[in-house]
Design a protein around this ligand. Structure first.
Ligand SMILES: NCCC[C@H](NC(=O)CCC(=O)O)C(=O)O
Length: 445
């Protein structure tokens, strides 16, 4: 095999909880303050990684972040011992404490935008961490994300790491969740599709009315420039503002692509025909499958509730494709019927595999949110930190690590418990040794 796509899944962190932090994300708001299970969440994620590895897919692991984020709480004026910082924050602003405890870095589709070497003028694999400015709890992620990416892709001859874009809503960037790459083989030059929710400097253009558009066109253009992409192989398309207002906070809630397949909902984009025309013109192969799901078959609401499009489309070793879907798709009669039919339609997608990632789904993260795709040539894969590439042994080690350090249940009151901070740091310190990351966390520096 010359090249492959490796999914780097985020390990769910020890403070995984439901805090209702994401306005515009229906699941996050409706499950606010439920009791979570960090242990089950992490094990569900690991099971998905192991299953994909067992199917012969390249599978990597990205470490979670340091939470509670004591550094941010101190930056915002809380002082004294760590225990006192937590207690003051809980008393003054429970919402702020929750935000500083979110395990949201688990959704590594939002960690960064990645461009493979075959698309970039300098022949390197480019990474730009997403600044995630639109949500305070997520804006705490980019610096550590950058540290972790540099520790995983740690060869400067092969990998180019950029600083995240300026921390301002004008350059709001949500990473790979609004970015899809289509290609023939993974190491052929591809077409990169950047999806955005609004224009930063022109408020006369269409934008959602009810919920925020997290990504701007200008942010997407900046990433394309940094990654040295060829304009002839880049397509920018605006998300339909009406679906953002129905809970499609990232484009990967309503569209997903892999190789020569784009799978999307009829209402996903603004000016769909113009977009598809440009895509067909820029995609050089003649075998492009644009699979449109019509509203008559699956409504936007069903798509948002089941995450039909937040699925992973993967290419199996025999060249056929499979869809990795959450159980919610299986349990919804209309969506299940659609998927049953899809695999008979003569497209490259021949199979659906269902996974229980419910702990993540309850915060609005399906199978696709949990992974960052990195298309690599064999020589580039050889330059990746080998301790972060999943094999049977690493899977066993990580399962034991979770069993040893994670709590079965977590509620808001537990976030103020200073021993949760100690447990979390102990776990992460051990993890950096398992994954050979060095000192990526502030508490280690
Ligand atoms: N790609 C999926 C991202 C989901 C994520 N949810 C959250 O952060 C919810 C956290 C909470 O409400 O506790 C988000 O909206 O960015």
């Amino acid at each position: 095999m010359k090249s492959l796509e490796v999914n780097f899944d985020g390990l769910v962190g020890p403070t995984h909880n439901y805090a209702g932090l994401s306005d515009g994300n229906v699941a996050s708001l409706s499950n606010a303050h439920d009791v979570s299970s960090p242990k089950n969440a992490a094990l569900q994620g690991l099971k998905k990684m192991k299953a994909l590895h067992d199917m012969g897919m390249g599978q990597g692991v990205l470490a979670p972040q340091e939470r509670p984020d004591i550094f941010s709480l101190r930056r915002l004026g809380f002082s004294g011992s760590d225990a006192s910082v937590l207690a003051q924050a809980a008393k003054t602003s429970p919402a702020l404490l929750s935000a500083c405890c979110s395990a949201s870095s688990m959704w590594t589709a939002n960690a960064a935008t990645v461009s493979p070497s075959s698309d970039s003028a300098d022949g390197k694999v480019h990474f730009t961490p997403a600044n995630l400015t639109n949500k305070f709890h997520r804006s705490l992620e980019p610096e550590t994300t950058g540290n972790i990416l540099k520790a995983v892709f740690n060869d400067e001859n092969v990998f180019e790491h950029h600083l995240h874009l300026n921390d301002n809503d004008h350059f709001g960037d949500e990473g790979a969740a609004n970015h899809t790459r289509l290609c023939t083989d993974y190491d052929d030059a591809g077409v990169q599709i950047f999806t955005f929710g609004r224009y930063a400097f022109n408020r006369a253009k269409p934008m959602p009315m009810k919920y925020p558009a997290r990504q701007t066109l200008e942010a997407s253009q900046a990433v394309a420039r940094l990654h040295q992409l060829d304009d002839n192989r880049v397509v920018y398309v605006q998300q339909n503002p009406a679906v953002i207002d129905q809970g499609v906070f990232h484009n990967d809630v309503i569209a997903v692509g892999n190789q020569n397949v784009l799978f999307y909902h009829q209402q996903a984009f603004l000016n769909t025909e113009q977009f598809l025309g440009e895509l067909r013109q820029k995609f050089s192969g003649d075998d492009l499958h644009c699979i449109q799901v019509n509203s008559d078959d699956v409504t936007v609401q069903d798509a948002v509730n089941t995450y039909l499009f937040n699925t992973q489309i993967i290419t199996l070793n025999d060249g056929s494709m499979a869809i990795v879907a959450p159980m919610h798709c299986y349990e919804n009669e209309r969506v299940k019927a659609y998927l049953d039919n899809l695999v008979t339609m003569g497209t490259p997608i021949k199979e659906v595999k269902y996974f229980d990632v419910n702990e993540s789904m309850k915060n609005g993260g399906g199978p696709a949110c949990l992974r960052l795709r990195v298309a690599l040539k064999e020589s580039e894969l050889a330059a990746v930190n080998p301790n972060c590439v999943l094999n049977d042994e690493l899977y066993g080690t990580l399962v034991n690590w979770v069993e040893k350090h994670y709590r079965d249940r977590l509620s808001f009151d537990d976030l103020t418990d200073p021993s949760l901070l100690v447990e979390s740091r102990t776990a992460l310190d051990e993890l950096t040794q398992i994954l050979n990351l060095g000192s990526v966390y502030r508490f280690q520096r």
